[in-house]
Design a protein around this ligand. Structure first.
Ligand code: TMP
Length: 249
């Protein structure tokens, strides 16, 4: 295999809200993922460009994937390339947004009229069907398996147990820099042999991260809720992660 640093991208085959995906000329089993500077919320209704966000989210996601790998959880990540891209293994994304929650917040608080901030007795996993045209609706396991048929019953069980294992590792990672992992979203992909692997990204766009001491939010809620200093907070997360874990990964 050629060294990842020398890989070149082929034509773009997909552009999402946060990433552009290209092929890798030297290896058809890989994908070149560029992290965009766009920020979106409310299923794309609220939009903004923040120069440098793509670099920060690439750096944070990559460090998180490398940390997970070191602690026994593999993902699609292969190598970083350029300032805002990573090379990943090609997988078929399972169209489920797998949300893990440690604390009542966000849509859960709103839907059930609960105050934000209460620790849950145990982490819970919510599934959403990944479909922008339907605004990623909340679904249950039976709907995923028997109506949408996006995964088998065994696969849904596996995905949920992987998500909970990843939660334990991520809670430790973020607590190490004084952040409470409130909730987050994962996506999983499948190799041709059927193996399921962690994919997409893990960044302040896809997690809620609250400063343990001050309660300050260091995630996309700063954008969703117009709290300001969005990138400054993403940068604090990156700088602290890099200082604490960067050299060991
Ligand atoms: P929620 O409170 O909107 O349900 O979101 C829970 C967590 O999952 C929060 O950290 C944001 C993340 N998330 C995404 O990144 N993308 C999504 O499409 C969804 C539904 C949640």
């Amino acid at each position: 295999m050629a060294h990842p640093a020398s890989f070149t991208k082929t034509e773009m085959f997909y552009e999402g809200k946060a990433k552009r995906l290209f092929g890798v000329k030297e290896d058809a089993s890989l994908i070149y993922q560029e992290f965009k500077d766009s920020l979106t919320a409310l299923n794309g209704i609220k939009k903004s460009e923040m120069s440098g966000k793509g670099i920060l989210n690439r750096d944070i996601s990559s460090l998180v994937f490398r940390y997970l790998k070191k602690h026994g959880q593999s993902s699609h990540w292969v190598a970083d390339i350029g300032v805002n891209a990573m090379v990943t293994k090609k997988v078929k994304i399972i169209p489920l947004e797998v949300v893990v929650r440690n604390v009542v917040a966000g849509s859960l608080a709103k839907k059930l009229n609960q105050e934000e901030g209460r620790d849950l007795e145990k982490a819970i996993v919510d599934l959403h069907f990944k479909d922008d045209s339907l605004s990623d609706p909340f679904i249950n396991d039976d709907q995923a398996v028997h109506v949408l048929k996006v995964a088998t019953e065994v696969e849904v069980k596996k995905i949920k147990s992987m998500a909970l294992e990843i939660n334990e590792k991520l809670k430790t990672l973020f607590l190490g820099i004084g952040l409470k992992l409130v909730d987050f979203k994962l996506e999983f992909g499948k190799f041709e042999n059927g193996e399921i692997v962690l994919a997409d990204e893990i960044s302040p766009d896809t997690c809620r991260l609250w400063d343990v001491k001050t309660g300050e939010k260091r995630d996309k809620d700063r954008f969703r809720r117009d709290l300001g200093d969005v990138l400054e907070n993403y940068r604090i997360v990156w700088n602290d992660l890099n200082k604490k874990y960067g050299t060991g990964l």
